[in-house]
Write a protein that binds this ligand. Structure first.
Ligand code: NAP
Ligand code: MG
Length: 489
């Protein structure tokens, strides 16, 4: 395993100007893995300047060639899959079975999708008045700042950089401080496949200072952010300096509705995946279970048994099904919500504490937690972002829809039923960017991803993402160049 620990600016790995560093910790045992250079404002300025300089040539590179580099990158990620999976597991605490089976392959899959997309983004011709031709092209935005969180640090490089680069933009990406390692590794692979210097710059840094500086930067034309709703708000304010475009993928409080006609074994299994996969650290986690009162007891019997059986352990052990939370801060946040749930009258049905296992005592572990709660409780309204699911019952379809729509968020939600018309009716009425019927948390690079309300705006993935990273340019042609278009002289 070889790690990259320096800033990647203008095609080179370099130290930060002031020499500051960030300690990178292993969430399994709180030990230090390494330290990486920390970008400050002057380094961000250099990264933006490199991206600005690289932009004209990258924009004018044939789209198929931009795509070819992304396709090569996808292949190289697959070649280096084991190494990438190991680094991601060490840095984030994701079980190796997940990084090997999901994070790494999905990252390759997404870069490949956008590599294929690069030369398929087409303009259009609009049927306007006779004598005129109007065509519309899609132009890259320019220098794009991208700020990513710590929950899927590797995969999010592909969600963010895949479409941006395919469309001809250049990038300055700031990964989360707690998990910078795989983004830097991707920089190494990008250099290896031949992305020109400056096209991609990766700068681990503090969000509050350097991230803010990137969001305010006059030479950045767009900022794409994934993270908390509060920081999303400050990004919008920072963006006003030069009215840069903003794309926000923020928090969620996914409603997962189980109707009384659901096929329960599948609903139980899928609902556990919805909340416990990735230790619940997913903006689309199914963190609110809404159960029809007629099946609530039977569902909970199976669901609690499954939650209790999930194997916690060292992320590098292939048997491990759930690792630690990614930071001590997040572990503390989740345990605090367990207390809040009880203070507000909720009942913890299982979990609510770190595991007793001595080998895990230094890590940031929390047991899979299920709590009964009321819809207006904080744990049903605020994003916990951990292996914590609230359980509420309902008695009618209308009530289920009202409950599902009762938070400020609107990212993803799901429902389990065998009634075809109910499935589509309820899906249509959920205030949510994504809905899963008889499944949960399905994602594909072809399908738009994003939310409404406090979950942000804009869409990642698919053609929608290519539109997010381009501006429409409308070109008018007077077909008869000798015809005076207005004054009859
Ligand atoms: P966060 O503060 O929103 O962090 C996300 C990214 O934004 C990080 O790279 C962070 O940098 C950066 N950042 C922070 N403040 C910034 C600012 N003023 N300007 C520009 N960038 C800034 O999220 P968090 O504190 O890590 O997690 C808190 C909560 O956010 C979680 O509990 C969860 O509810 C939510 N969250 C949601 C998602 C999602 O997928 N939608 C992902 C992660 C977290 P640093 O490296 O300095 O932190
Ligand atoms: Mg770490």
């Amino acid at each position: 395993m070889s790690l990259q620990t320096k800033l990647f600016i203008n095609g080179k790995f370099i130290d930060s100007k002031e020499g500051s560093t960030i300690k990178v910790l292993n969430p399994h045992d709180d030990s230090q893995i390494t330290e990486v250079s920390e970008a400050k404002a002057p380094d961000i300025d250099d990264a933006v300047a490199a991206a600005k300089k690289a932009f004209p040539a990258w924009r004018d590179t044939q789209a198929a060639e931009r795509g070819r580099l992304l396709l090569k990158l996808a292949d190289l990620i697959e070649e280096k899959a084991d190494e990438l999976a190991e680094i991601e597991s060490l840095d984030t605490g994701h079980p190796i079975r997940d990084t090997t089976g999901l994070d790494v392959p999905r990252t390759a899959f997404t870069y490949r999708y956008f590599g294929g997309m690069a030369d398929k983004l087409q303009g259009s011709v609009i049927p306007v008045e006779p004598g005129f031709l109007n065509y519309v092209t899609r132009e890259p935005v320019g220098v794009v700042g991208q700020i990513t969180p710590w929950n899927f640090p590797l995969m999010f490089t592909s969600w963010k950089m895949g479409p941006a680069l395919a469309a001809g933009n250049t990038v300055v990406l700031k990964p989360a401080q707690v998990t910078p390692l795989t983004a830097l590794k991707i920089a190494e692979l990008m250099a290896e496949v031949g992305f020109p210097p400056g096209v991609v710059n990766i700068v681990p840094a503090s969000g509050r200072t350097a991230g803010q500086h990137l969001a305010e930067h006059q030479d950045v034309q767009k900022i794409a952010f994934t993270g908390s709703t509060d920081v999303g708000r400050s990004i919008v304010q920072a963006s006003s300096t030069n009215l840069k475009r903003v794309q926000l993928e923020l928090g969620g409080k996914g409603a997962n509705i189980v109707f009384d006609d659901a096929f329960l074994p599948a609903a139980i299994n899928g609902s556990a995946f919805a909340i416990f996969h990735n230790q619940g650290q997913a903006c689309i986690a199914g963190s609110r279970l809404l159960l029809h009162e007629r099946i609530a007891d039977e569902f909970l019997d199976g669901f609690l048994a499954l939650a209790k059986s999930i194997k916690l352990g060292n992320p590098l052990d292939p048997e491990t099904e759930m690792g630690p939370l990614t930071s001590a801060k997040q572990q503390k946040a989740v345990l605090t919500y367990c207390d809040i749930a009880q203070q507000e009258g909720g009942e913890i049905l299982t979990g609510g504490e770190p595991p007793e296992t001595p080998e895990l005592s230094k890590g940031y572990y929390v047991k899979p937690t299920v709590a009964k709660a009321q819809p207006q409780d904080r744990v049903c309204q605020e994003e916990v972002f951990g292996p914590f699911v609230s359980v509420t019952t309902f008695s009618s379809e209308e009530e289920a829809i009202d409950l599902a729509n009762s938070t400020e968020y609107g990212l993803g939600g799901g429902l389990w039923t065998r009634d075809l018309s109910r499935a589509h009716k309820v899906a249509g009425r959920m205030r949510s960017g994504m809905v899963w019927i008889n499944c949960y948390k399905r994602v594909n690079p072809g399908s738009p991803f994003g939310g409404v309300g406090s979950s942000g705006y804009g869409r990642e993935m698919g053609f929608e993402a290519m539109h997010e990273y381009t501006d429409a340019k409308s070109v008018w042609v007077n077909v008869d160049a000798k015809l005076p278009p207005f004054y009859k002289r």
